[in-house]
Design a protein around this ligand. Structure first.
Ligand code: AMP
Length: 397
């Protein structure tokens, strides 16, 4: 089957056309600046990347341009649109309604709309993408794959906050967790790669990208994760604060003369390693080169990041009552050996040892722990698009 995977943001849209049998990407790209002016990036497998400025007043025009690029007589990956067998959509928030991926129907769309209050920036954009595809590709089966679904197996003791109970029962305030597609993919890949029985395994996945979260996976199921009701909590991230004392919101509001939205903006966009490094950068490559040149704020930002990752991994070793494997993934997790080494340094006490040479390898599944390390530590590149493709095929077939 050929599956078009769509990841729709408020002003951007990423896409991949995947052959589900070979799991090869046939074409991929990006629409940016939707509703502003519009830029389409398209790349056929083995071909050159093409970037064109094209008007995209709405997501509908953006998807129309993607479909034209995919069927272009010279550079297209398809002869015509009938070559697309199914569409898989990333949806950020499925609330408590979706514990797995779901076929797109009118009822399903209504339920996703009902979850929109939990992700007001993301779910409406995801739905716009779904509706645009329905209009342009009537009759093609579509599936929604939720970032939150994998974490619906968390027990109540992990997802309830210490708040008045009816905030949960009436408003749905609880931990949901995110990056579920990645945590699910990477935990499965880790088990396969190490020859573990997923159904009898204890795996911790550290998805460390610009947004970052950790997941404790027991017997293939998420039992806890570090993001919460929103993707702001848990780890210190690129620009997000992660967990802070909630009273700080009131304190900043008073001292800086900001309303709650203003404080939330600071916590989302001006904090994390970016804020800690005094606005130097949210990119770990910049922070590491600055720290190497003696920039103390950058060095401290890196220390805080690694400390927080290690603290949560330590917490999840207790939650899982032990651990068989720890997997690093996403931009930082896959590429930054220094971060991995700094994090794993906290676990010498339990006999975890990293092999410095293997820790330099990139771009593939690799075990970076030594042969006599008490726990296997791996780098497993994530592939959310492939996971969305697999989920789509599983439901459509
Ligand atoms: P993601 O959100 O998964 O795309 O990750 C993006 C982040 O990964 C960037 O902001 C960088 O901090 C980090 N990153 C990407 N490549 C490297 C690299 N080669 N070395 C260190 N960090 C990297």
């Amino acid at each position: 089957m050929k599956v078009l995977v769509i990841n729709c943001g408020s002003s951007s849209l990423k896409y991949q056309l995947i052959d589900s049998d070979s799991e090869q990407v046939l074409a991929k790209g990006l629409c940016e600046r939707i509703g502003i002016d519009g830029r389409l990036t398209y790349q056929k497998a083995g071909g050159e990347k093409e970037v064109t400025d094209e008007a995209m007043p709405t997501h509908k025009e953006a998807i129309q341009l993607v479909l034209s690029a995919l069927t272009n007589s010279k550079t297209g990956a398809l002869e015509d649109l009938s070559g697309i067998d199914a569409v898989g959509h990333r949806i950020v928030h499925g609330g408590e309604k979706f514990s797995s991926s779901a076929i797109v129907t009118d009822d399903m769309i209504k339920e996703v709309e009902e979850c929109s209050s939990l992700a007001p920036l993301h779910n409406p954009a995801n739905l716009i993408g779904i509706r645009a595809c329905q209009e342009l590709m009537p009759g093609v089966p579509m599936v929604g794959v939720f970032d939150t679904a994998f974490h619906q197996t968390m027990p109540k003791k992990a997802y309830l906050y210490g708040l008045p109970r009816d905030y949960y029962t009436k408003q749905g305030i609880r931990k949901y967790g995110f990056h579920g597609t990645s945590h699910s993919f990477v935990s499965k890949e880790t088990a396969k790669f190490l020859g573990l029985d997923l159904n009898h395994s204890k795996i911790i996945v550290a998805h460390l990208g610009n947004g970052a979260s950790i997941c404790a996976v027991k017997d293939g199921k998420s039992v806890d994760t570090s993001m919460g009701m929103t993707p702001l909590s848990g780890l210190v991230m690129g620009t997000r604060s992660g967990d802070i004392d909630p009273s700080i919101v009131q304190f900043i509001s008073r001292n800086e003369g900001l309303d709650v939205d203003g404080v939330m903006d600071v916590l989302n966009k001006k904090s994390g390693v970016f804020g800690l490094s005094d606005g130097l950068s949210s990119d770990f490559r910049d922070l590491e080169s600055a720290a190497g040149e003696g920039n103390e704020a950058a060095a401290e930002a890196l220390d805080v990041f690694a400390y927080r990752v290690a603290s949560i991994i330590g917490e999840y070793i207790a939650v899982l009552d032990g651990v068989d494997a720890i997997a690093f993934t996403a931009g930082i997790g896959e590429n930054d050996g220094l971060v991995r080494a700094n994090v794993m340094n906290y676990f010498h006490y339990m006999g975890i040892e990293i092999d410095p040479e293997k820790n330099q390898l990139r771009g593939e599944n690799v075990k970076i722990s030594t042969d006599d390390s008490k726990v296997a530590v791996c780098v497993i590149p994530t592939n959310e698009e492939l996971m969305i493709c697999r989920e789509t095929v599983a439901l459509v077939k």
